[in-house]
Design a protein around this ligand. Structure first.
Ligand code: GLA
Length: 394
């Protein structure tokens, strides 16, 4: 991939602001291998960071102003830390503003800055460009303020920025994946304890392909928040069987099955829908732990099988897939060498990730990219597990 060299970052900054940059940081996008819609239920996730990243390049200001230029959007926005962006400023400014505001509460010495955001991570395509934007902004601003915070704390700050300033009630997965991943490994994160393990993911004989469905999702649009609410309601129902459960993490598939067999609930379509949501979460937690074990054992067929089972559960029980994602997964699963495929990320559009045997990968990429095929969607990315966010030399 086209990494941004220090000299390219330096000259892009000078060209934009007419003065030298002082700091730069990179934060990657992510692809979740498995563990979807489990993070906000205190569960397990298994994402990788990818090489495609966003870079933030910055120089300090001493007047409380943030001037931020997005290279990809060719958009310059200016606001003060005290007042924030104008109410009808574009959405992306909220992530930068949120991170800057929360960081300033933590380190009052933080002043204004000129920022340039650049990179090769597709925006809004389900690869967590928002977490990457938050992550590189947070790191570069800490650099300007001369303050080192633990990456776990930065991840929590970035997640709060998303909640409080962008209105997306997301879990912790994307920010952890972007900030704490290690090259060559997937990140198994326990979203309750926040303990994590870097699980080696040796892709010598296998490839991970990411295919964009072309359908854009908007997590703030309501369905995501609706699923979160349904999980809370499902938990209340399940407390009949598991009175001490603090989150769906504490419920076993057998508990859901027992509740679903209850005669008084079977006639209640709403209750059955809630139990289906819970069934997804509790079985997905099991699949995620099994997938981490399969990765450790390099049991690729098992990992592929779990990925496909995850998709079926997201489609049928959690209902966050869509026709285009389902069609892509079905199509991929019929191709030779594909061990498994699933939607990745919040759903309702975005990307599919497929695990493919290397000898078949190139042919498959060519076939999916083939413009003549009306079912062929978008360019395909071949991704590898990359390292998490870092400060960059200038
Ligand atoms: C989005 C959110 C994550 C997670 C996924 C679904 O990416 O940002 O926190 O909930 O959806 O697994």
């Amino acid at each position: 991939m086209a990494r941004m060299s220090p000299s390219a970052l330096r000259s892009a900054f000078v060209a934009r602001y007419g003065r030298p940059a002082a700091r730069a940081a990179r934060a990657p996008g992510r692809v979740n291998l498995i563990g979807e819609h489990t993070d906000y239920n205190d569960g397990f996730v298994l994402p990788i960071a990818i090489e495609q990243s966003l870079w933030a390049v910055a120089a300090p200001r001493h007047d409380d102003a943030l001037r931020v230029y997005s290279d990809a959007l060719r958009d310059l926005q200016t606001w003060t830390l005290a007042d924030g962006p104008h109410a009808d400023a574009p959405r992306w400014t909220r992530y930068v503003h949120g991170v800057a505001t929360l960081l300033r509460r933590r380190m009052p010495s933080l002043d204004g800055a000129d920022l340039l955001i650049t990179g090769d991570l597709p925006l809004g395509g389900g690869l967590s460009s928002s977490a990457a934007l938050e992550g590189c902004t947070a790191l570069v601003l800490c650099g300007l303020a001369g303050c080192e915070l633990p990456l776990e704390e930065l991840a929590a700050i970035c997640r709060s920025a998303e909640h409080e300033f962008a209105g997306v009630p997301c879990g912790l997965m994307d920010q952890y994946a972007s900030l704490l991943s290690r090259q060559g490994c997937a990140l198994l994160l326990d979203c309750r304890s926040r303990r994590f393990e870097h699980v080696p993911c040796r892709l010598d004989q296998h490839a991970l392909l990411v295919v964009d469905s072309g359908v854009r999702h908007e997590l703030a649009s309501g369905e995501y928040a609706a699923r979160r609410r349904e999980c809370g309601e499902a938990l209340k129902l399940l407390r009949r069987a598991c009175p001490r459960a603090a989150a769906l993490r504490d419920v076993a598939p057998a508990d859901v099955a027992r509740c679903a067999a209850d005669e008084s609930l079977r006639r209640d379509a709403g209750a059955m829908r809630l139990l289906a949501r819970a069934r997804h979460v509790v079985t997905e937690n099991e699949r995620t732990l099994a997938a981490a074990a399969a990765l450790r054992a390099e049991d690729w067929p098992e990992l592929g099988r779990l990925m496909s089972a995850s998709h079926a559960s997201l489609r049928d029980d959690y209902q966050v897939s869509c026709a285009q994602l389902d069609a892509l997964v079905e199509r991929l699963e019929r191709c030779p060498g594909v061990l498994g495929a699933r939607m990745t990320g919040g759903g309702f559009g975005g990307c599919v990730v497929a695990l493919v045997e290397v000898p078949h990968a190139q042919g498959l990429v060519a076939q999916l990219n083939c413009g003549g095929d009306p079912a062929a969607p978008r360019p395909v990315l071949r991704v590898v597990p990359a390292g998490g966010a870092e400060r960059c030399a200038l």
